[in-house]
Each structure stands twice: as structure tokens, then as C-alpha cells.
Design a protein around this ligand. Structure first.
Ligand code: BES
Ligand code: MN
Ligand code: ZN
Length: 505
């Protein structure tokens, strides 16, 4: 996609659609003109008051994602002017701009528009304008995402091929060009993660996930190492090996390294992602209904692989390692069983009670590995429990941590990235539920607070490291199409993790 910054006057820009943002802020409700940015105000005059008329008549209210189309009939250079609502804030934030941009670009797709100009920002200087521009670019590229590799028919004629971002007053175009680049890096990494998740499980096996991580690493300049079964055996990764023993596909342990601070004594951040390329539940088999969605049980893996791709593009001065334990969870004559006891890499034993609780087992090995390598903080991301879907639905992901500061930092990074996290409890008393008669811990803690007891299991494998666990089971895969987003993989947590890392470098 061709994306350019332009300082040309909006009315002079020749394109198929010129998009202008407008809020529904109550403070400005009385003055229709006040609803419009300086750019929109000027365009309104050129069009003889057509835009403000839309407000006055009550036809357009400025609700987030609301759209009105005006055919300009040669009064300005753009063929069509699109008004898009930015919601009720007087100065819409990055999240509103990102959503509006995605919604409008999805609306324009298939309407014959090839060249689109975006002018959603109300602010046209400084850091806030840069954030707005980044959000415009992110929204547009995320909005245009489709997963169509396996469809025989494509509609090439309808495609949007070029986007211009207008900033008429830009005194510092370099800052804004950088913002466009950041937006592109964030969106492309998110879309890469979405591809990994949307791929069918017969294609995206653990081996294929490792191959895709490795070719991405070669392309963006990351180190990549993939451990095979013999090496896992040497390291004592009994959790990953236990889950993998039911599958005909060999497990992999993928390691990606970004070195932005090669001189530093600090080993840096670990990003750990659950990489179950298909979760049948194993011997504790899942019901058939909806099982196809369990191709997305590597959403955590996709998030950390996408995040480190973005980090390679943003280039913060820190070190980051992504760790991905990946396998299928299958029932078979060689599968692990309820009643088995597995020994994790750090030496602790787990009594298996339900083979469908496989995620915590593969993560336990990866967390132990991160601790052994001296990595800190450790952030793991996983489509871990149905319990978090019950608790928080599809709107927010659960955040569990042993360090409140770290939790706050992640929540703040999420706000900037447009992804919501809610802090969940880690009270000691929940540990009672995972006591075992025969091993160090029991794999599951029953129905009550199951997302919390899963996190309590993970806590056994993080030693003294600062650690946070993000349960994205509800937010990673969208069951329905939204105005701003395609059905299927969301790419959730990619941008939060990249933002988090960038904020430290
Ligand atoms: N991958 C699932 C969790 C999941 C559920 C992800 C819904 C996405 C959407 C996980 O492996 C699982 O099966 N968890 C079980 C554990 C239970 C058997 C203790 C759960 O949470 O129901
Ligand atoms: Mn499972
Ligand atoms: Zn799972």
C-alpha cells in the first residue's frame, strides 16, 4: 500500500474520496461549525455549507464510525467527501481515530474508490498529531485486512491502492513521516499475526509456525533458533513433550531474539506465547461444536511473534526474546492421559486431571526456560481459559501479575495501542485449589475462578522474575464481523507488547 503525507490544501487534493473526521462532542453541540476541524471548516465553505447543513438537519451526529457521503460535483478536487464520526470526545484520541479510520476504509472498499485521502485529525502539530496520524494509518491497514488465500475468486478491481494523510500545517514533516512508518510497522505486524491465526491447522502445523517465524526473522533481522524434540528432552521440557506425545506432528520450541542493546548486561524482556496449533482437548476431548475455532489456540504465539517483528521495526534500545512452545493437542494411542504426572523443566511435577488444560503445561516449560536464561520481566500471552471469556467477554483481556507496576505499564501500553486489559486477582488463597495428593501441584482447580487458578499454576514457574500473564482467550478471535474489523483473528496484544517494549527503549 502506498501511503504518503501531504501538506497540500485539502480542497485541492485530487482523489476518489477525501475523508474528514468530526466529533459529536456535547460542548460543541450548539455550533455546527465547531464540530468540524479547521480542514473540515474550510471544505464546508468551499461546498457552500453542505457539511454544516448535515449537522443542522440532524442527519449526521458524529457518532463513532458514523458515515455520510457527499458528491462534490467538481466544487473541490476530490470526487467524494466522506464525513466520519469520531465520537463524543472534544479532542478524539488515538483509539477513536483508529476505529473511525478502519470503519471508513472498509466502507469505501467496494465502492469504486482507489485513492483515499484521510484528514481525521483535529490537532495538526506536535506529538498528539503524530499519534493521530499513526492511528489513521493503523486503522486503515487493519481495516483493509482480509484472509483470502484459499478463495479462488478475488476482486482486484475494487482495491484501494493509495492513501494520503493530510496535515496542512505540518511544520515538522519528519515527525509525521515517522508516525506513518510506526503505524505501518504496527499494522503489518498485527496483520502477520492474524494470518498465522487464520491459517487452517492442516497448513499451520508447529513445523510451519517455526518456518514462518524463521523467514520473518531473516527478513527483519532477528536471530531465530528452533529446538527439536531431542533438545527438549535434554532440557527436561516434560510439559511440552507430554502434550505433544499424542500428535503425529513434531513439537517445536521457537526462540526469536532482538538485540537493541548488545552492550547491556541485562538479558532483557521475555515474551512467551502459547502455540497450540490445534486444541482438540486430547483424551479429555472437546465437544464438536465450534472446535474448528481451536486453530486459533496459537493466538498467544502469533502475538509474540508479531510483537517482536514490530519491535525489530521500531528499534528500541533494549533486548527482547520471544519464546514459543508449539504443538498440537490430539487424542491418540500415544496421547498423555488424566492421571499422568509430568515433570516441568524447573523440576516441579504436575498431576494431570484434564488433558484439555494443555496450555499451562507448555507455558510452564517456556517460563522455566525464560527464568533459566535470566530474562525479566517475563510477559506470557495465551488463549488460556474459557473462564476468562466468562469473566470479561470479548472486550477485555485478563491481566495477572506478581508486580503491580508492571501490570500498570502493560495496561497503559494497551491504552495507547487500542487494546484493553483488566487486572485480575492473584490472591494466595486460590492456591488451595491446585494442591495435589500425588504431585507438587494439580493441573486444574475446578470450575470456580478457573482463569485465576490457571494463572496460579503459571506462577509456580516464574521464580523471582517480574512476570505478567495475559489471558486473551476472549479477545483473540472475533466470532462476528464488526464495522471496523473482519471476522476471525484480531491479532490481539501485538501492538500492546510492541508499545510496551518501545516505551522501555
Ligand atoms: N484453548 C482452551 C481455552 C479457550 C477457550 C480458548 C475458549 C479460546 C476460547 C484451553 O486449552 C482449554 O481448553 N481450557 C479449559 C481448561 C479446563 C479443561 C480446565 C477451559 O478453560 O475450559
Ligand atoms: Mn485445551
Ligand atoms: Zn488450549
Amino acid at each position: 500500500m502506498d501511503i504518503q503525507l501531504t501538506t497540500q490544501a485539502a480542497q485541492e487534493i485530487a482523489c476518489d474520496a477525501l475523508v474528514v473526521g468530526a466529533s459529536s462532542s456535547k460542548e460543541q453541540q450548539n455550533a455546527a461549525e465547531g464540530l468540524l476541524s479547521p480542514t473540515a471548516g474550510k471544505l464546508d465553505k468551499e461546498l457552500g455549507g453542505l457539511l454544516s447543513a448535515l449537522y443542522k438537519e440532524g442527519e449526521f451526529k458524529g457518532k463513532l464510525g458514523e458515515i455520510a457521503t457527499i458528491h462534490t460535483m467538481g466544487k473541490i478536487a476530490a470526487k467524494r467527501l466522506i464525513l466520519v464520526g469520531l465520537g463524543s470526545e472534544a479532542t478524539p484520541g488515538a483509539d477513536a481515530i483508529r476505529r473511525a479510520s478502519a470503519t471508513v476504509i472498509r466502507h469505501l472498499e467496494g465502492t469504486g474508490a482507489h485513492t483515499v485521502t484521510l484528514a481525521l485529525n483535529r490537532i495538526d502539530s506536535g506529538a498528539e498529531a503524530a499519534h493521530g496520524i499513526q492511528a489513521e494509518v493503523e486503522g486503515a491497514l487493519l481495516g483493509l485486512y482480509h484472509f483470502e488465500q484459499y478463495k479462488s475468486k478475488h476482486n482486484e478491481q475494487e482495491k484501494i491502492t493509495a492513501i494520503q494523510i493530510v496535515l496542512e500545517q505540518a511544520e515538522n514533516p519528519d515527525l509525521f513521516k515517522q508516525a506513518i512508518e510506526r503505524g505501518r510497522v504496527m499494522a503489518e505486524a498485527t496483520n502477520f499475526a492474524r494470518d498465522l491465526i487464520n491459517e487452517p491447522p492442516n497448513v499451520l502445523t508447529p513445523t510451519e509456525l517455526a518456518n514462518r517465524a524463521s523467514s520473518m526473522a531473516a527478513r527483519v533481522g532477528l536471530e531465530c533458533e528452533v529446538l527439536d524434540r531431542p533438545r527438549m528432552e535434554e532440557l527436561g521440557m516434560g510439559g511440552l513433550l507430554g502434550v505433544a506425545q499424542g500428535s503425529a506432528e513434531p513439537p517445536k520450541f521457537i526462540i526469536l531474539r532482538y538485540r537493541g542493546a548488545p552492550q547491556s548486561a541485562e538479558h532483557g524482556i521475555a515474551l512467551v506465547g502459547k502455540g497450540i496449533t490445534f486444541d482438540t482437548g486430547g483424551i479429555s476431548l472437546k465437544p464438536a461444536d465450534g472446535m474448528e475455532k481451536m486453530k486459533g489456540d496459537m493466538g498467544g504465539a502469533a502475538a509474540v511473534i508479531g510483537a517482536i517483528q514490530a519491535i525489530a521495526g521500531l528499534k528500541p534500545a533494549i533486548n527482547v526474546t520471544a519464546l514459543v512452545p508449539t504443538t498440537e493437542n490430539m487424542p491418540s494411542g500415544t496421547a498423555y492421559r488424566p492421571g499422568d504426572i509430568l515433570r516441568i523443566m524447573n523440576g516441579k511435577t504436575i498431576e494431570i486431571v484434564n488433558t484439555d488444560a494443555e496450555g499451562r503445561l507448555v507455558l510452564a516449560d517456556a517460563l522455566s526456560y525464560a527464568v533459566q536464561k535470566g530474562l525479566s520481566p517475563i510477559i506470557d500471552v495465551a488463549t488460556l481459559t474459557g473462564g476468562i471469556v466468562v469473566a470479561l467477554g470479548t472486550t477485555m483481556a485478563g491481566l495477572f501479575t506478581n508486580n503491580e507496576e508492571l501490570g500498570k505499564e502493560i495496561i497503559a501500553a494497551g491504552e495507547a495501542a487500542g487494546e484493553k486489559f483488566w487486572a485480575m486477582p492473584m490472591d494466595e488463597e486460590y492456591g488451595e485449589q491446585i494442591k495435589s495428593d500425588v504431585a507438587d501441584i494439580k493441573q486444574t482447580g475446578g470450575r470456580g475462578a478457573s482463569a485465576v487458578t490457571a494463572a496460579k499454576i503459571l506462577e509456580h514457574f516464574v521464580g523471582e522474575a517480574r512476570w505478567a500473564h495475559l489471558d486473551i482467550a476472549g479477545t483473540s478471535f472475533a466470532d462476528s464481523k464488526k464495522p471496523h474489523q473482519e471476522r476471525g483473528a484480531v491479532g490481539f496484544a501485538v501492538r500492546t507488547l510492541a508499545e510496551f517494549a518501545a516505551g522501555r527503549g
